[in-house]
Design a binder for this molecule. Structure first.
Ligand code: B16
Ligand code: MG
Length: 221
């Protein structure tokens, strides 16, 4: 079985929005009097908005009722939107566009598989909303990574079997979601952190089609 489709996570793979998430969560934690560091922020990568808030409340040893949680999650998201509204095409991470162009020329199907409900706005702001055959995001799924739902949905939308898909992911929960979907997974980041991925690169600038074929063949041995 050959890989014929690529599914890209968004935050941390195509754009670096982690710093905007951090700034927005920091504003909330400052308001709540919770100490929240960039190291803590690492735990939120690939995790849904409400699950992120739960982690923050756990760090601060706080308990809130459901209404309050919704209120704070909305507050954080409004601040986050202020940042992403100002994003420009320069913020697309290095190597992303040339790699996707190469995949397109080779007739690959290409999709997004992201936990973020802000995916449409981010794609529009950086000017790549027309680049993908399908977008599966936090607006159409109900189960967060490591559940495979978002990647299975993306595969279904592009009409490709999971075994013919490769996922590019920067978060541990995202790598697990890809594996749970029965897909090949290439981690973006550190091999020390993304230990379960079939292969890890530091960014898409390290990827090309020839390398993808080698990784694919090695993973099947
Ligand atoms: P939102 P990904 C994820 O996106 C982020 O990594 C994670 O930090 C964030 O909490 C989550 O989206 C939800 O985002 O609040 O915009 O719906 O990495 O799956 O593309
Ligand atoms: Mg990510």
């Amino acid at each position: 079985m050959q890989i014929t489709a690529c599914i890209f996570d968004l935050d941390g793979v195509i754009v670096d929005t982690a710093r905007y998430h951090f700034l927005a969560w920091k504003r909330l934690t400052d308001q709540l009097g919770i100490l929240f560091t960039e190291e803590d922020n690492e735990r939120l990568k690939g995790v849904s908005r409400m699950a992120s808030l739960e982690i923050i409340l756990e760090i601060g040893n706080r308990r809130l009722d459901e209404n309050r949680k919704q209120e704070y999650a909305t507050l954080k998201n409004n601040w986050y939107i202020e940042y992403i509204k100002k994003m420009t095409p320069d913020e697309i991470l290095p190597g992303c566009l040339p790699f996707i162009k190469e995949l397109r020329n080779a007739n690959f199907r290409i999709a997004i598989g992201s936990a973020s409900k802000n995916t449409p706005m981010i794609l529009e702001r950086v000017g790549i909303q027309g680049l993908f055959d399908a977008v599966a995001d936090g607006n159409i799924i109900s189960k967060a990574k490591p559940d495979p739902e978002v990647f299975l949905k993306a595969a279904e939308m592009i009409g490709v079997k999971p075994g013919n898909c490769v996922v590019f992911e920067d978060a541990v929960a995202g790598v697990q979601a890809a594996l749970n979907a029965g897909m090949l997974c290439i981690g973006i980041g550190s091999p020390k952190i993304l230990t379960e991925a079939h292969f890890v690169v530091s960014g898409l600038s390290e990827m090309n089609l020839a390398k993808l074929r080698i990784i694919e063949n090695d993973a099947r041995l």
